[in-house]
Design a protein around this ligand. Structure first.
Ligand code: MSP
Length: 507
């Protein structure tokens, strides 16, 4: 039986149209999901939208529509964006889905019945645009630390989750599960800034707005944010019913989240799961932000374009490649259209595209598209052959550590070696003499084999381009089990391949 792998993105707020920052997390999750599928795992990849709350209620009011109408339109666009980015999610959950609403109500009632949720009074400093309560010490110059706007004091009757009860258990859990939070700097931040100073009980209901899931036993309350949002990862599998899907896929193997919500996923979420008596996710990875001109790309600042404009202009794989390659995973990185163009030209066009088209054209020109291996080898071949045969181990090591940009670097190193191999062996010179025919064919064959192996490993990252390459090489066996089964004869046909990437003008 296949081993399972359950990976999630955060569920995004559909308070405004999605930007390249949302694409960033989703593209990374997609690349990991595809990598695991090709490696033989039974993958469940979930994404979705977090649709309740005051901010969306207000936005809808401003737009003169109902909250549901407001989010429906954004979600239609989000799904279109994910399709255009070739996001291979298995399930898209919306927190307004009937099944989710019902299951969240059951979970809330269960926690209340067992004493983990109680009724109290909430007084706090609240930032409306960010939908966040802050403590006095978290404010920056008296303003919201996220968006810099005013906060207001809010007092209301509310239900609380006994988060404080789980402080010790969380500390113990972190200690016995050293891989639970990655990168490790984020784990230290959670321990030192939040858990050790003491956890306060968490407000989990509101009476001041209506757009949320009602508490079944106290209807003036709606469930506030985290119990509604975080439980998406289990309601989709049927929980609180212990369904075959739940048994199979839970616990999640990886929750991929931006650094600003690591706290919710590594403190609140585990505590809720401990209270429910179910296993914790194996790992939460908190990645950095894509920033523009030194600031976060933000819906409230409105400093971004629709990502579909970049796809239209440069192609889906240019956008995917940039997200995966440019920023060391875990750190912040800068997004700019200029950097996207430079990256596309230098890697996708110069290194990959040119290599593939040069090699196929030589196969057509010198061998009418039929290339086998006459095995006329020379020492100069060894470096390329070794790098190609080490690639699987290298990519696998990097992907297991979620060093995605480094996995891509390994593949591009081999592609660079192919280009150098062409320069060093100078096939056009060999082609001048009939006596060199077998040596020439060996060279083209070696190149095709290396390109095939690289294209197989590029599938998770730039699936459309990898498919084009593998289709022109007529490779049908595409999972990672068959990477090192050599193709005995390449039948390339006689048609000149279309360019994979056109050079983009840089100005
Ligand atoms: N709804 C909550 C998450 C609930 S999960 C149970 C939320 N939504 S959000 O719309 O604000 O999206 C947050 C996520 O989008 C971040 O954690 C991150 O994964 C991604 N990003 C949003 N902006 C981003 C950047 N500028 N850069 C990188 N990722 C960004 O928080």
């Amino acid at each position: 039986m296949k081993e399972k792998y359950y990976i999630t993105t955060p569920i995004y707020y559909p308070s405004a149209e999605f930007h390249i920052g949302h694409c960033y997390t989703t593209i990374i999750a997609d690349a990991i999901a595809r990598y695991k599928r090709l490696s033989g795992f039974d993958v469940f990849f979930q994404t979705g939208t977090d649709e309740h709350g005051l901010k969306i209620e207000n936005k809808a009011k401003e737009a003169g529509v109902t909250p549901k109408e407001y989010v429906d339109k954004i979600i239609e666009n989000a799904k279109d964006l994910w399709n255009r980015l070739n996001i291979s999610y298995d399930f898209f959950i919306r927190t307004t889905d009937d099944f989710h609403v019902k299951k969240v109500q059951e979970i809330f009632k269960k926690l209340y019945d067992q004493g983990d949720i109680y009724k109290g009074e909430y007084k706090g400093l609240y930032c409306v645009p960010c939908e966040s309560f802050w403590t006095e010490t978290q404010l920056v110059n008296g303003k919201c630390p996220d968006c810099g706007r005013d906060v207001s004091v809010v007092t209301e009757e509310a239900y609380f989750f006994k988060l404080s009860k789980y402080q010790k258990k969380l500390e113990e859990y972190y200690e016995t599960h050293p891989d639970f939070i990655e990168p490790v700097s984020r784990k230290n931040e959670m321990l030192n800034n939040f858990i050790r100073p003491g956890l306060e009980d968490l407000c989990v209901s509101r009476t001041s707005f209506k757009w949320g899931i009602p508490v079944t036993f106290d209807e003036k309350h709606v469930i506030y944010v985290w119990i509604d949002a975080l439980t998406n990862y289990i309601t989709s599998l049927g929980y609180p019913d212990i369904t075959p899907e739940f048994k199979k896929y839970w616990p999640a193997d990886l929750h991929l989240v931006g650094k600003e919500i690591v706290r919710f996923h590594t403190i609140i979420w585990p505590a809720i799961l401990m209270a429910l008596g179910i296993e914790l996710p194996k790992q939460v990875f908190g990645h950095g932000w894509l920033i523009i001109d030194g600031g976060k790309i933000s819906k409230s600042l409105g400093n971004y374009k629709d990502p579909r404009e970049y796809i239209d202009a440069y192609g889906v794989d240019a956008v995917r490649y940039f997200a995966l390659r440019e920023v060391p995973f875990g750190s912040d990185g800068t997004f700019s259209e200029k950097a996207l163009i430079t990256r596309t030209n230098s890697d996708l066009c110069n290194i990959l595209g040119n290599l593939v088209s040069r090699t196929i054209q030589m196969g057509i020109k010198y061998f009418e598209g039929n290339v086998t291996n006459p095995n006329v080898s020379e020492d100069i071949d060894q470096d390329l052959l070794d790098s190609t045969s080490n690639l699987q181990a290298q990519v696998s090591e990097k992907m297991n550590e979620l060093k995605i940009n480094e996995a891509l670097e390994c593949i591009f190193d081999v592609l660079r070696k192919c280009n150098k191999y062409i320069d060093d062996t100078a096939p056009w010179a060999l082609a001048k003499e009939d006596a060199n025919k077998n040596r020439l064919e060996t060279i083209i064959y070696n190149l095709l084999e290396s390109i095939r192996v690289c294209a197989l490993f590029l599938q998770p990252f730039i699936p459309e381009t990898a498919d084009k390459i593998l289709t022109s090489l007529k490779v049908n066996n595409r999972d990672f089990d068959n990477v090192y089964t050599p193709v005995s004869r390449y039948e390339l046909g006689l048609e000149k391949p279309a360019n994979l990437f056109e050079r983009i003008k840089e100005d």
